[in-house]
Design a protein around this ligand. Structure first.
Ligand code: MSK
Length: 634
């Protein structure tokens, strides 16, 4: 019987992983732990950003003896170009996710696979965009909004519509720094153009474009992805769920969803609950069907349906290693190609569904919005039929589960915190109660913690250690992506247990509002929710975002998307703390632009802080929050 009285430590999670690695050894499976050893040490040129392979005259590597590439580009130009390309990759990826959502919105219809579940939100955004809503059928409006949203990707003139959501001060900074994002595709494309051989090599210009491409993601593609996912699948509200590998159930058919796009997983969840499917599973000897998730697809369905979270990025192989996974169904992003060969060592079906993420050793069932129901049903059926192929002697599901309360959209946060203070609230609530708590010092401030795992850091240690440190200092956490899952696995989203880690002020707020001190705001694209929250706080408080005692942090980040996110979080005025270097240390000039007082800090009133010593990183975050409080005289 599970003892809910204790949080799960990183050491316990590692012990569970080690027991799964024993199975891997038994069946001769390859795992990331082994591949990291094979790949270490990493290339020093790559790590410092000083290798250029943009044209075929090289590759050129910068050394003391060879300080310039064949074209004459110096180390600063090379590092800055690499940084911009990294950002553009991330901005393209997130924004293409948003584009897929807009295409799905265009397919919505009454009684169809996809419907409008939050019409009020659709109408609210339509009014914000100046679209006539009176007397219009909700599906006609949805299709019209989808078309307008899709034009945001390629419109020839103007800037992103959602920029107007930012405080005027922020909009002016963007305008003055010439970093307002125009069409999303244009920013990605221009980034590639600027970094082509023979174009930009001036670090300042390249970093400016990195901020602009990042903003086109956070205030463009990602924001559309989040907002219109809410329109179609519902705006998240607090819901109780569970997390960690033990959410998989030995006697059930286990389907694990992995990736980012909720369009597929929503359908899988629907059909896994279909009585006909459950009866079919029972007829083949299972007790039922369990859907759980990995990475951000998991966050999406956890936030909206309370679907349990089996793990985060570096746990994706673990779910297969349990020997109890009938199907791992993936959509896009953060999926290890290793899942193909790994699943072949077990009975697991590795099912790819998107032409964007095709992989060897997978079964490809292309997912179309028009046939989504049939596709999902076929996948669920395939998983059920695979239950009888399980090798029972390999089944090992570590008994680690924690309770978690998730589903904190901006709307939900405003609503629950209204209960803490006696502010007057408008129709959608305000952030005033939150501001009052920060002003009074009951809360010292907040940290937006996001991002991945990275084998360069013992998985989850940085997330969990930093979270505990913030909690004891009365700093509230808003989290997303794999950082959110690290918290959930450890028990830091269980309101009962997590409050024990808090200082007196934060504990009181959590008890009064009935919230955990670590608020799950969703997936990677949902970091746009954090931008909206920061903007609302700034407007309600009457101070620039950069003065609000809030910082961003990605202690274990690894993907291009995370670099794009970092750019738009900083460009929004939020100091951002990284635990992994973004391949820029090879250039002092680029490092100063990103991390010094006289680079981006002068354009957007915030900068990056990079420190691979996690304890020190945490101290710097607290010092930054306290300095902002002191500057406000609170
Ligand atoms: S899934 S980008 S490993 S947070 Fe969004 Fe996790 Fe990072 Fe992927």
């Amino acid at each position: 019987m599970k003892d809910w009285a204790f949080t799960t430590t990183v050491e316990e999670m590692e012990a569970a992983t080690n027991s799964l690695l024993e199975t891997a050894q038994k069946v001769g499976a390859d795992t990331w732990q082994k591949r990291v050893k094979d790949q270490t040490p990493h290339c020093g040129f790559g790590e410092s950003g000083t290798c250029c392979r943009i044209c075929s005259m090289g590759p050129c590597r910068i050394t003391k003896k060879a300080p310039r590439g064949i074209c004459g580009c110096d180390v600063h130009g090379i590092v800055a170009r690499n940084y911009l390309r990294f950002t553009a990759g991330g901005a393209a990826t997130h924004s293409d996710h948003g584009r897929e959502i807009m295409h799905t919105l265009h397919q919505t219809k009454e009684g169809g696979n996809y419907q409008v579940k939050d019409p009020e939100k659709l109408i609210r955004i339509a009014k914000e965009w100046g679209v006539e809503t009176e007397g219009k059928d909700i599906y006609d409006l949805a299709h019209e909004m989808a078309e307008i949203g899709l034009l945001e990707y390629g419109k020839p003139f103007g800037t992103q519509r959602f920029l107007k959501r930012a405080p005027e001060h922020t909009q002016k900074l963007w305008h003055d720094a010439d970093i307002e994002p125009r069409a999303i595709d244009r920013e990605v494309s221009q980034s590639l153009h600027m970094t082509h051989m023979g174009c930009s090599s001036l670090p300042e210009a390249l970093i400016r474009q990195a901020l602009r491409a990042g903003l086109s993601d956070g205030w463009g593609g990602s924001m559309m992805g989040t907002e219109f996912s809410d329109v179609m699948f519902g705006t998240p509200k607090p819901v109780d769920t569970t997390a960690n590998i033990g959410v998989m159930e030995k006697d059930n058919v286990n389907i694990v969803v992995h990736g980012h796009d909720p369009s597929l997983s929503e359908m899988i969840v629907y059909y896994a609950n279909d009585p006909e499917m459950i009866a079919y599973a029972k007829s083949l000897g299972a007790k039922g069907i369990t859907v759980s998730g990995v990475c951000c697809t998991s966050n999406e369905v956890a936030m909206r349906h309370g679907i349990p979270m089996a793990g985060n990025f570096l746990n994706q192989e673990n779910v297969v290693l349990t020997g109890a996974c009938e199907a791992i169904v993936v959509d896009v992003q953060c999926i290890f190609p290793a899942l193909g060969p790994l699943s072949k060592c077990f009975h697991t079906k590795f099912i790819t569904t998107s032409p964007i993420a095709r992989m060897p050793d997978s079964e490809f069932i292309q997912f179309h919005a028009e046939t989504a129901g049939e596709n999902a049903k076929a996948i669920v059926k395939m998983a059920i039929e695979n239950f009888t192929n399980r090798k029972t002697e390999l089944v090992n599901i570590p008994d680690q589960v924690q309770k978690a309360r998730v589903g904190y959209s901006v709307e939900a946060i405003k609503k629950v915190l209204d209960g803490v203070a006696n502010s007057q609230v408008d129709e959608f609530g305000t952030t005033k109660p939150l501001i009052e708590c920060v002003h009074a010092g009951v809360l010292r401030g907040a940290v937006a913690m996001v991002g991945c795992n990275n084998p360069k850091i013992r998985p989850d240690t940085a997330h969990i250690a930093l979270m505990k440190k913030m909690l004891e200092n009365d700093i509230l956490l808003i989290v997303s992506g794999c950082s959110a899952q690290a918290a959930a696995k450890a028990g830091l989203m269980d309101p009962e247990q997590a409050k024990e880690y808090c200082g007196a002020g934060l504990k009181r707020v959590c008890e009064l509002a009935g919230i955990p001190p670590v608020l799950h705001m969703g997936s990677c694209v949902d970091i746009s929710r954090m931008m909206i929250l920061a903007s609302d706080i700034s407007k309600d408080w009457g101070i620039p975002i950069s003065q609000v005692p809030v910082v961003g942090c990605a202690p274990e980040w690894m993907s291009e998307k995370a670099v794009s996110i970092g750019n738009y979080v900083v460009a929004t005025g939020i100091e951002t703390f990284l635990g992994v270097d973004p391949y820029t240390k090879g250039s002092e000039e680029v490092t100063q632009l990103l991390q010094g007082d006289h680079g981006i800090n002068e354009w957007v009133e915030a900068k990056f802080v990079v420190d691979t010593d996690i304890e020190r990183l945490g101290d710097k975050m607290i010092a930054c929050i306290e300095a902002k409080r002191a500057a406000l005289g609170i």
